[in-house]
Design a binder for this molecule. Structure first.
Ligand code: NAD
Ligand code: DAU
Length: 337
């Protein structure tokens, strides 16, 4: 369908899964552009034969050069700073990549007439009450530096569609789990902690609700939007069911056969959003459906980490991850002891 696809952030968790899916589905020409931040890993594309350009999406000259050289006709933008806790510790880089970087990609897309798909998040809706499920038309009420930067990115995308007539689409995904996720995120962090018999630091009461979605469902949802979605539109992507963090923990502990005594309730995340839940009917109308329930998604993901110690052990042993873990958790765990 597309001649040549630029996948930015293709060495990250979801981007790498998406590149693998594109290849499986026979999309021949793919180019990855990735800065290889701490979250980007070449290992995520091990065995995959696609050109990888190491570079920053905020570099307009580079983005233009890559798009011209490879005759790109679709950009799918996964590149982002993605962890809420990191955005609380170090917010500026989030504006840089998620706002400025998105803007640079849009500008090159406009100049060269390239279709643009933005990978966004359900966090832009902010925390929601009761039994509401966010609709694509709901107001954006982001509450963390991460989600605020993603909301700003979405609004730039919409502005390029309205003002310049650029062919754009946006997907807003819920919490993804699966292979190749960086260990800072809760499911790989808690799974590997449990395997190592380390405590699991649950923020606050652990009753926050999330729609845990398998990454493959997210990726097939993005493909459905690229193939059948309406230009200028936004689509939510999720399993369409929520569970609490404590329920998520039980599923992963069951999977790796470790006791609940590893659970520690620690000081809460600042501004912690209590509940996200997306209404996915608009995407379902394109013929897409999630294949994994949140339970199946979490169990499958936890099993993957159990079976792939060679993937995650080097990260856990790295000085940068140890420094992050110490900064984020040492005081919390000490106070909870
Ligand atoms: P990730 O952190 O695993 O990967 C991000 C990738 O982007 C890394 O490879 C990193 O090197 C690259 N990158 C970061 N800054 C860059 C820059 N300036 N230039 C080029 N590359 C850069 O992220 P992920 O979890 O795979 O998320 C991918 C996208 O999906 C993000 O836009 C995120 O907001 C969105 N999203 C994530 C989730 C989730 O649960 N993980 C859910 C919904 C939406
Ligand atoms: O909803 C989509 C979003 O999901 C994406 O846009 C983000 O990129 C992705 O990081 C994720 O954000 P969350 O903040 O929901 O995910 P995280 O894995 O950080 O946390 C999930 C839940 O677990 C959340 O309620 C916080 C809680 N948590 C997290 C960590 C890391 C803990 O209780 N303890 C922890 O140590």
């Amino acid at each position: 369908m597309f001649r040549s696809i630029l996948v930015t952030g293709g060495c990250g968790f979801i981007g790498a899964n998406f590149v693998r899916l594109l290849l499986e589905r026979g999309h021949a020409k793919i180019v990855v552009l990735d800065k290889l931040t701490y979250a980007g890993r070449l290992e995520n594309l091990a065995g995959v034969d696609v050109p990888i350009v190491v570079g920053d999406i905020t570099n307009l000259e580079l983005v233009r050069h890559v798009c011209k050289t490879h005759n790109i006709d679709l950009i799918v933008n996964f590149a982002a700073e993605t962890h809420v806790d990191q955005s609380i510790l170090n917010p500026f880089v989030f504006t840089q990549t998620n706002v400025q970087g998105t803007h640079v990609l849009l500008e090159v897309a406009r100049e060269l007439g390239i279709r643009f798909h933005q990978i966004s998040t359900d966090e832009v809706y902010g925390t929601i009450d009761g039994d509401h499920h966010s609709l694509e038309t709901d107001p954006l009420r982001p509450r963390s530096p991460y989600s605020a930067s993603k909301a700003a990115g979405d609004q730039l995308v919409q502005s390029y569609h309205v003002t310049y007539g650029l062919d754009t689409t946006i997907s807003r995904g819920s919490n993804n789990v699966g292979a190749y996720q960086f260990l800072e995120k809760v499911v790989p962090l808690f799974t590997t902690n449990a395997i190592l018999d380390l405590p699991l630091p649950v923020y606050g009461d652990g009753l926050q609700m999330r729609d845990y979605t398998h990454v493959l469902d997210h990726c097939t949802g993005i493909l459905a939007i690229l193939e059948h979605g309406k230009i200028g539109e936004v689509y939510n992507v999720g399993a369409g069911a929520t569970i609490s963090n404590l329920e998520m923990l039980e599923i992963l502990l069951e999977t790796v056969q470790k006791p609940k005594s590893l659970i520690r309730h620690v000081a809460d995340r600042a501004g912690h959003d209590k509940r996200y839940s997306v209404n996915v009917q608009k995407l379902q109308q394109l013929g897409w459906n999630a294949q994994f329930s949140p339970r199946a998604a979490i169990a499958t993901a936890a099993k993957w980490y159990l079976e792939h110690p060679n993937y995650w052990q080097p990260v856990r042993q790295s000085a940068s991850f140890k420094a992050y873990y110490e900064r984020q958790y040492a005081n919390r765990l000490e106070a909870a002891a």
